[in-house]
Structures are given as C-alpha cells and as structure tokens.
Write a protein of this length. Structure first.
Length: 87
C-alpha cells in the first residue's frame, strides 16, 4: 500500500450523469419539495393502479431524491456545478 491511500480531506465520488441531481435547477427549496411531491404522487398512482413493480421503482426514486435533496444537501455542491460550466 502506498501513502496516498490516507487522505486528510474526504473526497466525493464522481457520479454517473444520469444519477446526478445536484444541478443548479434544484437549488431552490420549493423545486426540491415539488419534485419529491410529484414522485410521491406517481408512486401512489402506480400503487392505486395495481402496478407494484412500477410503484417500487418510483418509490426508490423518491427515496433517492429525499436523501439527496434533504439529508445530504449542501448548497456548495450546486454552486460548484455552475462554476465548472462557466470555465
């Protein structure tokens, strides 16, 4: 093992573009709430329609967005995306 494996600062893993919801569009709180509400409605519609597979899929997406938008949310992540695009 080399000395590079011990870093003092944590680094975020780079995400696949399809899974990255840390976009400047989602920085306002109302947009994040509206997105989660739409996904929750979609999940309920699938359950009501008797489609458990699609309900689980939509529910998983909802859980992922709740995690990203409210649990690990950091406004600096959204600013970094804007700076990278500008340069």
């Amino acid at each position: 093992m080399d000395g590079d494996s011990e870093q003092t600062t944590p680094r975020r893993r780079r995400r696949h573009a399809a899974l990255d919801v840390r976009l400047p569009f989602f920085r306002p709180l109302w947009r994040r709430i509206a997105t989660v509400a739409v996904i929750a409605g979609w999940t309920a519609m699938e359950l009501w329609g008797g489609n458990p597979y699609w309900a689980v899929l939509a529910g998983g997406i909802g859980i992922y967005t709740i995690y990203e938008f409210f649990i690990v949310f950091d406004p600096r992540d959204y600013e970094a995306g804007e700076k990278e695009k500008g340069s």
